[in-house]
Design a binder for this molecule. Sequence first.
Ligand SMILES: [Zn+2]
Length: 276
Amino acid sequence: MRFRHIAFALASLFLIFPLTAIAQQISSRSMDDLNWMEFKRFVPAKINTVILTVGTLEAHGFINNGADNTVPVGIAHAIADDVNALIAPHIPYGITGILAPYPGSLHIPEEPFRNYVRAVLIGLVNNGFKNIIILNGHGPQIPALQSLAEEISLQYKVNTLVINWWILTADITKQLFGEDGGHATNNETAMVQALNPKLVHWEWFTGKDMATALPSPPDGWSATPFPSTILEYTEGQGLPKDRSQAKAEEYYQKVVARVRAVVQDTLQKWCSAGFN
Ligand SMILES: [Zn+2]
């Protein structure tokens, strides 16, 4: 009798607390994919880091207008497990500026962009995240993102890190391609090709007539629209040449490794300093 009672009690427990059947591992790293109960179970007790990717829609030579969205989202998915982070839904509209007149591009003025991103960051803080990693894909919004990240950290006592992947990895670009990078040049083309080769349309590439070097010194001249959609940081350097998938993947792996290392190192140092 006693055994039957125990068995009945155990069976009842499983009926009352079906949560015991829920996996210990989170079912997805994307906030988009989680329900509120699973989210509550993991954040912030087991996961207190979130990656927010930010990009824009902007003409990029013969690669996709959404290259600045494709790349940070790709990197986020590659590192989220290793840094124990969730990935917030991506922000695809940004401060495009001088390339916005090209077909399919889209510009958000700085003020609404700042206000919107600020609201998203506050929303992430309110959801319990202590570490917010902003993974940016687009240059002209760097000042806005850096000042917002600092503001949110100081005001809400959370830790923020902004990563501009193509600047962080400029030495890797130079080492692997033997030249400086740029906008829609060797570096971005390789990243997009590694993530989705179908987005790189070599058949549309007509050579150096598609590129213009950024003025050096920077304010020597300016033009809107900028006369080309491939922008060289150093004149005559960065034009995509190497079509090899293996080389694109090698570059991608090195970029991902660098971003992962910076995030891991920063998280660990915040922790050691008592900020986590
Ligand atoms: Zn870009």
